[in-house]
Design a protein around this ligand. Sequence first.
Ligand code: GLA
Length: 736
Amino acid sequence: MSSTLSNLKKCCIMAMVTFLIPCLSYSQKLVSVNTETNALVFTVNENNELNTLYFGDKLKNSSEYELIAKHYKQGTDYSEIYNSIYTPAGSKNLLEPAINITHTDGNTSLSLEYINAETNEVEPNVHLTKIVLQDKVYDLEVDLFFKAYYKEDVIETWTEIHNNEKGRIRLHKFASVNLYLYGDNDFWLTHYSGDWAQEMRPEETRLSHGIKVLDSKLGTRANLFQPSVFMVSIGKPATDNEGTVLMGGLEWSGNFRNEFEVDPLNNLRILSGINNYASDFELKKGEAFTTPKFWFSLSRTGKGDASRNIHNWARNYKVLDGKGTRLTLLNNWEATYFDFNEKKLKKLIEDADKLGVDLFLLDDGWFGNNYPRNADNAGLGDWEVNQKKLPNGIGTLVKTAEKNNVKFGIWIEPEMVNPDSDLYHEHPEWVIKQPMREEHYFRNQLVLDLSNPDVQDFIFNVVDGLFTENPNLAYIKWDCNSVIYNAHSDYLKDDEQSELYIKYVQGLYNVLERIREKYPKVPMMLCSGGGGRVDYGAMEYFTEFWPSDNTDPLERVFMQWEYSYFYPSSTIAAHVTDWGNQSIKFKTDVAMMGKMGFDIVVDELPKDELEFCQRAIKNYNELENVIWQGDLYKLKNPWKNELASLMYVGQDKKKAIVFNYLVNYRYEKGSHSPIKLKGLNPASIYEVEEINVFPGHEPIINKEHYSGDFLMKIGVNPKVSSGHPSVVLRLKEVSN
Ligand code: GLA
């Protein structure tokens, strides 16, 4: 970098107002994207290429950015674009490219020069910077966008590639982001592995030279083996309360590719975008390709601050109805699986009322006649009500729900088909499969070809039909259990086949867009055989997601701990089920730290357990706003301690809730010392009380008064032990 900038003279920082920087000589230009505490600063080198100069704590005096470069003596950047804002392939580049194309004339070289940059206020708190790059020889324009959410310290970035050439061009790689972090070879990557029922298993590793790739080639259910979200700490592994950490993820519900390259100068290049595996994309003359957005947030004060910023951003701008309420529910999946009839369901609906939840959710198994859905090997695609199980249709269930003061929701898996279905036989051309190969199934099913507009219409009509027939339908669980095997579309032409993975996701988003135009606010849960598909691309259409079919509460403590770095609690569905052999109290307390639901046979609950659940739901209703909209503070990390402890503090700091769960059941394990709380008002006096106390038990802490100062400096001991493995404390401000 030092050579790149050795001649830097003056600088001109982009202000947070509309401002156009014309293409001046290299020595005068800096472009910056600012949030409340951070600045991402780019500089133009002597060849008129735009490179990353800095990403970190905003300097008070912006004219000092020009002094940064001369303090780096990291070696020689032979290409002068190791730190390129968007690394082009095929010319002088030596490292992993962000973009790789073939021009109309068959040439594969690309060299991008800086044209101009402009920042506009999109709305208060949100500024959009557009940077225009242009190939030096070809009519190929690349526009980079940086949308800065000022208060939340979050930036979204994406790219538009414009083909202004005389004919077609082919895109081979087209990343959404190409970040450059300075850091003396001291980067710690936290990423996640997974499988069915084992989502979000964290791994932290020190990055070494070369490239670490995290990707998905699964098409649908893309996160089954790993999600695109990650953290990178710089200098040392960050904790919840200290350290510099970048969190990010791709807003794309399909194949993704994240690359982490420690370069020869010991700095980290992060590239993220649609996976270019088997995904060449053609652009006709005059066409443009827009990459999905990549979101990221940098904190210098640990993971906690980063995640609180992300939650605020998600609730304010990304998640559907992020500031709205959510519905507690009773689901019948584990209570009945496929084995139900009208009578059984009506009883469960009554039970939902008895329990005190807002909604009854009818899961899989309600459809298919020629191929009844009595197991997971038939019926998918045939979305007519099964006459045998439900001779009076869904309508009668909705009415029963209304009579019992609960709402009614329904499960669908509209992207999929079982070979044993009418749909498969009527529309074999709608199914993704290789014409010459044997079919290969995932959960006995295949994926419909959403690149085909007829399939998009079909799926839209499935949802629209349900709402038209049942105007009071109040909730949808949208599942997606299969990955894509044998990727081939009957609809796409031969030379478009490599676009299937991308056009599938675009098709899915088209359908969701249409659904949301007509039904803007109906809550929908995003599910994918558990947590196989969650990202902020999808969450613009969904109010919540199903993190995992694994509902063992001990597992969920760990899983939800990780998910909640990236997603707010109002989106993380957590149900009380039969998984795990912990008490109903432990299960309910765990579900309560997310978006709570139940999936049990209420009728079989002993009296005291039912009473406990009813009270817990009342407590949840009282505190839901604190849980969904409050600030999350992680107090004791379950990976490192005998217990997990975390708390939500209401935005006005008047109420808080502290969850504590024992995670180590060995002799005498538990909370032996006070746990320091966070985020309270030091001057206020809070009443601390244990809630969710099981009938017949005494609260461990009963309305004791402490100052916020005491609670944050000394703390409180929830007295977690094998006898009391989960303790929930409510804090109420009584004076200030
Ligand atoms: C998936 C979901 C479950 C349930 C079943 C129904 O596995 O993750 O919650 O809905 O499908 O078949």
